[in-house]
Write a new protein. Structure first.
Lengths: 305, 280
C-alpha cells in the first residue's frame, strides 16, 4: 500500500470542548485506494475527528493535510475533492431528490450536468423516485441519496460517517455493496466509520481504532487480525471424551476452555482439520467449527484493555 | 460560487412553505383593509375631517388610492418585521435543525460566502415582500378607489399633497421602509447563527423590537441618550417623506443609523458563523 499516494495525513489532532478532551493526539494516514475503517465505541471521538477533517469543527491543535495540502490554507480546494455524509444524511425535505442534488451540485466546485445527476440517481438505485419529495423517503433511501450527493462532483475521497446506522439488514447489505462498488467501479478512496465491526472487517483494508479520544491501534486489517491468536470453537456431542482425546494428543492447553458443548481452542489454522479428523475418528461428532478470531473480539479486547 | 449559492438560497426560500405565509398574511390583511375602506371608508374619513369642520372644508375624492396606500403602510409596518423574521430567522438555524448545515458546509465554498449569500437572499425576499405590499397598496388601491390628493395627519397638523406630488414620496418611503426591514432581517439572521432551532431567532428578534420600541416610547431621561441610536426609532422614518418640506437631515440620519446596524450585525454574524463548530 505504501506505493500509493498519501491522501489524508492527520497528525497529533487534539480537540477540546471546554475542558473536555474529545480527541487527544490522534494521528493516522489514509492512502489512495484504501477503504479505511474508523472504529471506536460511542463517544470515542470518531465523529469529532471526521468533522474536523471536513472543517466542520476547528481543531484545538494538530495538523490535517489532504492531497498533500494543509486543510487550514486550502479548505475549498480540498473540499472540492471530497464527498461526505456526516452521521445521518439530511436533506431539504420540501424539495425533491433531484432538486436536492442540483442544489448541492451547484456548489460542489464542478460543472455537474442534469444528465450526470440522473446517472448518479440510477447508480444508487433511486431511478423513478427522483421527482418525489425527500420527506416521503425511508432512511435507506435517504442514505442512498446521501451517497448520490457524495458522488456528484466525482470526488477522489469519500467520507462516510456511520452510513449504516438505522438501516434494516437488507439496507445494510445494499449500502455495503454500494461502498464496494465505489472502490471497484469508481476507484474511490473511502473513509468509513462504523460501529458495525463486521462491516469494517468485510470491506476495509486498513483501519484505526480509537477509544476515549486516543488511538488504540492503526494498520492493515488482515495483518492486525492475523497478529492475534486464533480461537476456534468446536461444538461436539461428547465434551469429556473430546477433551481427553485432545489432552492425549498434546492438543489441549491451559488456555483452552469449555462452554457447554463448545470447546474453545487456542490453536492455529493448520491444526483445525487435524483436530476435526481426530475427533471424528474417535466417534466424537463435530456439529460445527467456528473461528472466533474476529474483529469484534479483537476490538473488545483492545477497548477493555 | 457566491452567486450560485445565492441562487440556491432563493430556490430554498421559494420552495419553503413558510415563505408564503408572509405573502399570504400581507395579502389577506391588505384585502381586508381595502374591503373595510370600500364599505365604511367614508365614515372613517368623516371622523378625521370632522375635527377640522370649523376651520376647513374638504372637497373632491378624499378617500382615494393614495390615502388607502398610506394607511396600509402605516398599519403593516408593525406586522411585516414578524413576517420577515419568520423567514430570515430560519436561514441558518433551520439548516442546523434539519441537519443540512453539515452538507452545506462541507462544500468548497467559504462560510462567509454561504452567510453572505443567505443575507443577499434575505434582502431579496424582503424586497419582494415590500414590492408586494407596494403593489397591493398602490396599484390595487388606485384601481378600486381612484387617485386624488393625499391628506395626512402629522404631528404638526394636516399636510396636503397634490396628486402629482405623491408617487416619488411613496417610492422613497417604501425604499426607507425596505431598509428598516433589511435591518430586521439582518438581526434575525444574526440570531439565527447562534441558534440550533428556528423558533429562537424569531422570538429573539421580536423581543428586541418590542424592547427597543418600549424604550423608545418611554419618557424617561435615562433612555434619551440611546433612543436616537435604536433602529426601532428609525423604522417609521419613511414618514419623513410625507412631511412638507422633507427633512433631508432626518432621512440621512436614519439611513446612516440603519446601515450601521446592518453592518454591525452582519459583522457579528460573520464572526460567529466562521468560528462555529458544527455539532448538530
Amino acid at each position: 500500500m505504501e506505493e500509493h499516494q498519501k491522501i489524508v495525513e492527520v497528525k497529533k489532532l487534539v480537540k477540546y470542548y471546554g475542558k473536555f478532551c474529545a480527541v487527544e493526539n490522534v494521528s493516522f494516514d489514509v492512502y489512495e485506494g484504501d477503504i479505511f475503517g474508523f472504529l471506536g465505541p460511542n463517544g470515542a471521538g470518531k465523529s469529532t475527528t471526521i468533522r474536523t477533517i471536513l472543517s466542520l469543527i476547528n481543531p484545538s491543535s494538530g495538523s490535517i493535510h489532504l492531497f498533500g495540502k494543509s486543510l487550514d490554507k486550502n479548505r475549498n480546494f480540498i473540499l472540492s475533492k471530497i464527498g461526505s455524509i456526516v452521521e445521518k444524511p439530511d436533506f431539504y425535505k420540501y424539495l425533491s431528490a433531484e432538486k436536492n442534488l442540483e442544489i448541492f451540485a451547484r456548489i460542489s466546485g464542478a460543472n455537474v450536468s442534469k444528465k450526470q445527476v440522473h446517472e448518479i440517481i440510477e447508480f444508487v438505485g433511486l431511478k423513478g423516485r427522483e421527482r418525489d419529495k425527500v420527506t416521503g423517503f425511508s432512511h435507506g433511501m435517504k442514505q442512498r441519496l446521501g451517497i448520490a450527493q457524495t458522488l456528484l462532483h466525482d470526488p477522489e475521497l469519500i467520507i462516510l460517517d456511520e452510513p449504516t446506522t438505522g438501516l434494516d439488514p437488507q439496507g445494510i447489505i445494499d449500502i455495503r455493496n454500494l461502498i464496494l462498488q465505489l472502490k471497484t467501479e469508481r476507484n474511490k478512496t473511502v473513509i468509513l466509520s462504523s460501529h458495525i465491526l463486521s462491516e469494517i472487517e468485510l470491506i476495509a483494508n486498513r483501519m484505526i481504532i480509537i477509544n476515549k479520544g486516543k488511538t488504540v491501534v492503526e494498520g492493515n486489517v488482515s495483518e492486525l487480525l492475523n497478529s492475534q491468536e486464533l480461537i476456534v470453537s468446536f461444538t461436539v456431542d461428547k465434551v469429556p471424551e473430546a477433551k481427553k482425546l485432545l489432552e492425549a494428543n498434546n492438543l489441549w492447553t491451559d488456555s483452552n476452555t469449555i462452554e457447554g458443548f463448545n470447546l474453545l481452542l487456542h490453536t492455529s489454522e493448520k491444526s483445525v482439520p487435524i483436530i476435526n479428523k481426530l475427533l471424528c475418528l474417535h466417534d466424537v461428532n463435530v456439529v460445527s467449527i467456528e473461528k472466533k478470531r474476529k474483529l469484534e473480539d479483537y476490538f473488545l479486547k483492545l477497548i477493555t484493555n | 460560487m457566491f452567486w450560485k449559492s445565492t441562487y440556491n438560497e432563493l430556490i430554498k426560500i421559494s420552495f419553503k412553505p413558510r415563505s408564503y405565509l408572509g405573502v399570504g398574511g400581507i395579502s389577506i390583511i391588505i384585502l381586508l383593509i381595502l374591503m373595510a375602506m370600500k364599505l365604511d371608508g367614508s365614515l372613517y374619513i368623516e371622523i378625521i375631517t370632522g375635527q377640522f369642520d370649523d376651520s376647513l372644508s374638504f372637497e373632491g375624492n378624499i378617500l382615494n388610492g393614495n390615502l388607502i396606500a398610506f394607511l396600509i403602510i402605516q398599519m403593516l409596518i408593525i406586522h411585516v418585521p414578524l413576517l420577515v423574521a419568520f423567514v430570515t430567522g430560519d436561514l441558518v438555524s433551520g439548516e442546523s435543525a434539519m441537519g443540512t448545515i453539515r452538507l452545506l458546509l462541507t462544500k468548497p465554498i467559504s462560510r462567509s460566502s454561504v452567510l453572505m449569500s443567505k443575507f443577499l437572499a434575505s434582502v431579496m425576499y424582503t424586497f419582494f415582500l415590500v414590492l408586494w405590499i407596494a403593489f397591493l397598496a398602490l396599484v390595487v388601491s388606485y384601481f378600486i378607489f381612484g387617485s386624488g390628493d393625499l391628506i395626512v395627519l402629522n404631528f404638526d397638523g394636516l399636510a396636503i399633497f397634490q396628486d402629482g406630488d405623491i408617487t416619488w414620496r411613496f417610492i422613497l418611503g417604501f425604499s426607507l421602509a425596505f431598509l428598516s426591514l433589511v435591518t430586521v432581517a439582518t438581526l434575525s439572521l444574526t440570531f439565527s447563527c447562534f441558534s440550533e432551532n428556528s423558533i429562537g431567532p424569531i422570538v429573539a428578534t421580536m423581543g428586541i423590537i418590542i424592547l427597543f420600541t418600549i424604550i423608545g416610547s418611554l419618557d424617561v431621561p435615562v433612555f434619551d441618550s440611546i433612543k436616537p441610536y435604536l433602529f426601532t426609532t428609525h423604522m417609521a422614518a419613511w414618514r419623513y417623506f410625507f412631511d412638507d418640506p422633507v427633512s433631508k437631515d432626518e432621512v440621512i440620519n436614519s439611513i446612516i443609523i440603519l446601515i450601521s446596524h446592518i453592518v454591525f450585525l452582519l459583522g457579528i454574524a460573520l464572526y460567529k458563523f466562521n468560528k462555529k463548530d458544527i455539532l448538530s
